[in-house]
Design a protein around this ligand. Structure first.
Ligand SMILES: NC(=O)c1ccc[n+]([C@@H]2O[C@H](COP(=O)([O-])OP(=O)(O)OC[C@H]3O[C@@H](n4cnc5c(N)ncnc54)[C@H](OP(=O)(O)O)[C@@H]3O)[C@@H](O)[C@H]2O)c1
Length: 162
């Protein structure tokens, strides 16, 4: 099964110039806790924006360039969405970690969303799709820690497909 994990601004912005806009170390810590030991699925641009292979996670990268190669045993590159079927159909929870193109493509095949809602609007160039109340139920809500290092009002919300 696929789950999505993302941090989203109030106006649905998730990034700008192939980077994250905000710096929220508490949310990055949570991302690490949730995804460590799991498979993470991402688009080529998000992989480039990470700048490295994240430890203890198998990376599945979507890319149309059949020549793309990353010399790392924890990286698999797929040039066809159909090749994700085995992860969609598996009982194992695999995490879609972005970016905008991949969230939009895979939302219909996802069953769970781990959203960090940042209660502020940002200017950006990529967006998370609308979370439709008719399709998703919030099952867990937790306010994020706000302090000097994490200077935003934000909330972690987990949704499951209705
Ligand atoms: N706020 C958050 O939590 C969060 C999380 C992740 C990312 N982001 C942000 O999202 C932005 C990146 O998103 P993005 O939409 O520009 O890029 P992306 O979704 O990361 O990657 C898009 C790329 O994926 C490949 N791809 C897409 N569909 C494919 C398909 N059907 N088959 C094979 N390959 C396919 C293509 O690579 P090729 O061009 O190589 O063919 C495409 O250019 C950045 O700003 C990043 O910081 C934010």
């Amino acid at each position: 099964m696929l789950s999505m994990i993302v941090a989203v601004a109030k106006n649905n912005v998730i990034g700008k110039d192939n980077k994250l806009i905000w710096h929220l170390p508490e949310d990055l810590k949570r991302f690490k806790n949730i995804t460590t030991g799991k498979k993470i699925i991402m688009g080529r641009k998000t992989f480039e924006s990470l700048g490295r292979v994240l430890p203890n996670r198998k990376h599945i990268i979507l890319c149309n360039d059949v020549e793309m190669n990353v010399d790392n045993e924890n990286v698999e590159i797929l040039d066809d969405l159909k090749l994700l079927d085995k992860y969609i159909e598996s009982d194992e929870e695999c995490f879609v970690i972005g970016g905008a193109t991949i969230y939009k493509l895979l939302m219909p095949f996802s069953n769970k969303l781990y959203i960090t809602h940042i209660n502020q609007e940002f200017e950006g160039d990529v967006y998370f799709p609308e979370i439709d109340d008719n399709e998703w139920s919030a099952i867990e809500k937790e306010k994020g820690l706000t302090n000097e290092e994490n200077p935003y009002d934000y909330e972690y919300v987990t949704y499951i497909r209705k």
